[in-house]
Design a protein around this ligand. Structure first.
Ligand code: NDP
Length: 439
């Protein structure tokens, strides 16, 4: 904490992992002898840079750019870019740290990294977004490459931004190669990548329920967010016979008792980029709850009765009071589509209540796993079908569930998938680090 002052999100992510690792650290002195924890919490490389760009009025704007290359023991750094006004070094470090364990859990050859900017894309024209992306890549291109560091999307970075970033990379280097994932299907993207994180979180939820002899069919589900992860989590829930009844954006939440109109949300968020309040113009029977009406100690969507909850927006969006409300309303499953959406106190409530709790680094790993499948297709100049990629995604999510639950069993806490995921991810990375020597 002394060497990284005031990085609260980063401390939170590290503390959660270190607490889970106590049982393995006690029994395996080799990790302490090799200073694995000290090495793991220190990024291999942190790149901070200036992003100057011209807005539509011709005024010069300046943002901060980040790429944190956290750990390459298992492969090239892999993790998204986030463009959001709240981005700072702490946020990118927590995301990069989580990414190490998540990527290890997929079983694929990918290391952990993350990047982004405090650029706020809201209200910016298409031309401004393009100029910002070009300036961002003008610095970033020298640090990335298809076998060294392969960024992807995250909050505020979708297919449009990946397109502008890729175009500038190609122009600067003269190379057409798999240096970014989440590309458009017509020029190097993979089928299912857009859907992968949301679909994967729902597959993971289904595996958790299957282990208890249940399925998602007929379940009423609460979702937060209305972005890439939330939309495709809702789509898969409908396909599996469940009903998502809420979604949200940064201004408010929709509660639609009969089920969210997914095609409308897609139009509002993927095409016209409008606020969810517009939803009521089509559905007068739905309820819109603006952020100003949320409970002081939490988020409106978690106060509704449901069988399952899928936080899919951002970090710390589900508090202890929210967790207690979910539990008292009969919620039996929480699968995290977002990264670190539940506070530490909320997670403790879920673990103590022994409900099915799928932590983000396990439940949302389908996105990065499918990004790796995109890299594999680019490297081999192949294109796999939707069914083929979806089948691989399902198998990867099943294998992550099995690995996390068998590891939880091994360490005497059956069903504690947080402990299982953290230990299993750690073991794979730490053993690779030891084998590669002090580097
Ligand atoms: P998007 O930008 O597509 O969507 C984010 C959604 O969350 C939007 O509805 C946004 O509302 C809302 N949101 C963002 N920040 C806040 C906030 N501070 N308060 C309230 N609402 C907020 O991002 P993604 O769907 O890609 O990412 C969502 C989460 O999933 C993040 O935690 C991300 O790290 C994680 N994730 C994403 C992966 C991916 O493949 N995309 C992979 C693994 C994890 P608004 O539109 O109003 O800003």
């Amino acid at each position: 904490k002394e060497s990284s002052p005031a990085q609260f999100e980063f401390y939170q992510a590290v503390e959660e992992v270190l607490e889970s690792l106590e049982p393995i650290l006690e029994h395996s002195p080799k990790y302490q002898k090799q200073a694995i924890i000290e090495r793991l919490v220190e990024p291999e490389r942190q790149i901070f840079f200036r992003v100057p760009w011209l807005d539509d009025q011709g005024a010069i704007q300046v943002n901060k750019g980040y790429r944190i290359e956290f750990n390459s023991a298992l492969g090239p750094y892999k993790g998204g870019l986030r463009f959001h006004h709240s981005v700072n070094a702490s946020v990118i470090k927590f995301l990069g740290f989580e990414q190490i364990f998540k990527n290890a859990l997929t079983g694929l050859p990918i290391g952990g990294g993350k990047g982004g900017s405090n650029f706020n894309p809201k209200g910016r024209s298409d031309a401004e977004i393009m100029r910002f992306c070009q300036s961002f890549m003008t610095e970033l291109y020298r640090h990335i490459g298809p076998t060294t560091d392969v960024p992807a999307g995250d909050i505020g970075v979708g297919a449009r931004e990946i397109g502008y970033l890729f175009g500038q990379y190609k122009r600067l280097t003269g190379r057409y190669e798999g240096v970014l994932t989440g590309k458009s299907l017509s020029w190097g993207g993979s089928l299912v990548r857009k859907e992968a994180t949301g679909y994967g979180a729902v597959y993971f939820a289904n595996y958790m329920l299957k282990a208890k002899g249940e399925t998602l069919e007929g379940k009423r589900c609460l979702i937060s967010g209305a972005g890439n992860v939330a939309i495709y989590a809702m789509e898969k829930l409908y396909q599996l016979g469940a009903t998502p009844v809420t979604c949200s954006d940064s201004r408010g939440s929709i509660y639609h008792e009969t089920g969210i109109d997914l095609e409308l949300v897609k139009r509002l968020k993927e095409q016209s980029r409008e606020s969810l309040s517009v939803y009521l113009e089509t559905h007068a029977d739905a309820k819109y709850i603006p952020v100003s009406d949320y409970p002081e100690d939490g988020h409106a969507v978690w106060r509704l009765p449901a069988d399952a909850a899928f936080p899919c927006a951002t970090q710390n969006e589900l508090t202890e009071a929210d967790a207690q409300s979910l539990l008292s309303n009969g919620c039996k499953l929480v699968a995290e589509g977002a990264n670190m959406p539940s506070t530490k106190e909320a997670i403790d409530c879920f673990i103590d209540a022994k409900i099915a709790y799928g932590p983000g680094k396990a439940a949302n790993a389908g996105g990065v796993a499918t990004s790796q499948l995109e890299m594999a297709q680019n490297a081999s100049m192949q294109t796999w079908t939707f069914e083929e990629v979806d089948e691989r995604l399902k198998k990867i999510m099943e294998s992550i569930f099995i690995t996390a639950s068998e590891t939880a069993d091994e360490f005497g806490e059956p069903d504690n998938l947080l402990l299982g995921a953290n230990i299993a991810g750690f073991r794979r990375v730490a053993d690779a680090m030891i084998e590669q020597g002090v580097v």
